[in-house]
Design a protein around this ligand. Structure first.
Ligand SMILES: [Zn+2]
Length: 269
């Protein structure tokens, strides 16, 4: 076995969670799924199904709300669908999810091969057993990304909008200027606690979102400054992100700091 999987179940402020991680090749990747008031938010990775399936079985959700199509969020959606649990997600990549996922080998290795599933269109607002919810469009990390706000409790389920304050690498498909706009959008709403699919429970979510916004705004300013000094994209990367990360090597550049720089440069024009 290349990877060693492990999982933890827990409960925080009325939210049940399953955190599972895969360790191997010098890297640890972890992801969360959450359940509250009959809503399952994301389904974890297929490679970690031995942890997520019992969590789903025990939670018995009324429906599933998916934050975005990535395989560490949709890996067990087919399992839910087979149990008759309705799945809601943004329609942008819903059709792609009707087929078995095609993505690079390293992602299949870490997260498994996401089985096909069908979903229904995520409504802008919906209710669960006791609570009112809003799905806020927050693209950037992925074009179909939504954040799920429990408006009754002020808890935000932020998918991969947050992950960390000081972002060092991005996926090739990520759009940092769009992430900045999404962070601004989400800050217009009332929320406190945040549940992030990789960082887990964040007590003061709004503060952390503000910190991330500040980090990316400063970064954009720095990129803009350096490009006006005549530096190339590579030189800007050397200057701002001199370190190479293992994930960049693994993913053959699908994860890299250069995607942060290039998406900012595209936006600057
Ligand atoms: Zn993602």
């Amino acid at each position: 076995m290349i990877f060693k999987g492990s999982g933890v179940l827990g409960d925080q402020s009325g939210v049940q969670y399953c955190q599972a991680m895969n360790k191997g090749l010098g890297v640890t990747l972890n992801c969360y799924a959450f359940e509250t008031d009959g809503v399952l938010i994301d389904t974890g990775a297929h490679s970690l199904r031995q942890f997520f399936r019992p969590f789903i079985d025990q939670a018995q959700p009324d429906f599933v709300a998916i934050t975005h199509y990535h395989e560490d969020h949709t890996g067990n959606a087919a399992y839910c669908a087979a149990k008759g649990i309705p799945i809601y997600m943004d329609p942008l990549y819903a059709e792609d999810c009707n087929e078995r996922a095609r993505y690079p080998f390293y992602r299949r290795l870490f997260w498994g091969s996401r089985p096909a599933f069908s979903s229904e269109k995520m409504p802008e607002t919906f209710s669960s057993r006791h609570f009112q919810w809003r799905a806020v469009q927050t693209p950037g990390h992925a074009a179909d990304h939504v954040s799920l706000l429990n408006e009754s409790t002020g808890q935000l389920f932020s998918g991969d909008l947050f992950v960390s304050v000081k972002q060092k690498v991005a996926l090739r498909e990520e759009n940092i200027p769009e992430t900045i706009r999404s962070l601004e959008t989400i800050l217009e709403y009332d929320f406190g606690e945040m549940f992030c699919c990789h960082a887990g429970y964040v007590k003061d979510g709004k503060k952390k979102i503000k910190e991330k916004l500040e980090f990316l705004t400063d970064l954009t300013g720095n990129v803009s400054h350096l490009v006006h000094q005549g530096l190339s994209a590579d030189e800007i990367q050397q200057e701002l992100f001199p370190k190479r990360y293992p994930i960049s090597r693994f993913s053959r550049g699908e994860w890299d700091s250069k995607h942060i720089i290039s998406s900012i440069l595209t936006d600057i024009g």
